[in-house]
Design a protein around this ligand. Structure first.
Ligand code: PLP
Length: 226
């Protein structure tokens, strides 16, 4: 592996500019995150609101404000007030209840709207969060939250089951993309299906082939997590 900056640039050059790269930065130091931002990264993903993301954001100061921050780990109700001032997008919403909680608190965080992705539990795994990949279930949720003024549903995010061989993840990416396309026909006031966030270091190529336009990459840029 080269330096963090080299790894990021090589990855950025190797995939279509239409595919956004979220640099998954959990467990990485503020210095490492700074290096990747200086190499041109524009989107940082964090899993843990507090203390990790809050502290990193604060320590990075003006550098933090140059990029968009994505929450890619679960959001608990008691962390909403800490999360909203930092994150520009929340990718892990899995219930209309949490959307109501976000909507209620957003103005206090100094924002008028926040982009949201609905997380899809595409493998239907009991231990994972996310909406089950069921069209009517999600359609009903979209209709139910239509009156929320501060929420913009922008698309879907999925992890899919973890596999050694990325080909094994393909059916779950395909399933999520089909759901994404079908939901694209549903027009509600505060939703539009534009972003499909899927693919990580070992699976991003397959995910892009299956229609992903946002990949979340950590270890390929920073090296393995210890
Ligand atoms: C850690 C993480 C990633 C990136 O994983 P790598 O295998 O390090 O690329 C992507 N998405 C989510 C939700 C993560 O937690």
């Amino acid at each position: 592996m080269g330096t963090i900056a080299d790894n990021y640039k090589r990855l950025r050059d190797s995939i279509s500019p239409e595919v956004a790269i979220i640099v998954a930065s959990k467990t990485r130091t503020p210095e490492e995150v700074k290096e990747v931002i200086e190499a041109g990264a524009t989107n940082i993903g964090e899993n843990y609101v507090y203390p990790e993301a809050v502290n990193k954001y604060k320590l990075l100061g003006d550098t933090a404000k140059k990029v968009r921050w994505h929450l890619i780990g679960p959001l608990q109700k008691n962390k909403i007030n800490k999360a909203l001032p930092i994150f520009d997008m929340i990718q892990t919403v899995d219930s209309s209840r949490i959307l109501r909680d976000i909507d209620k608190r957003l103005e206090k965080a100094g924002k008028s709207v926040i982009p949201i992705l609905l997380e899809i539990n595409s493998g239907g795994e009991e231990t994972k969060s996310g909406f089950l990949p069921d069209f009517s279930l999600i359609k009903d949720a979209l209709l139910e939250i239509e009156e929320l003024k501060h929420i913009r549903i922008k698309g879907l995010m999925t992890m899919g089951p973890a596999f050694g061989n990325p080909e094994d993840a393909r059916p779950y990416f395909k399933l999520t993309r089909e759901l994404f396309e079908k939901l694209g026909d549903i027009r509600t006031v505060n939703s539009e299906m534009k972003i499909l966030s899927m693919g990580m270091s070992n699976s991003y190529r397959v995910a892009i082939e299956e229609g992903s336009n946002m990949v979340r990459i950590g270890s390929l840029i920073f090296g393995m997590r210890t």
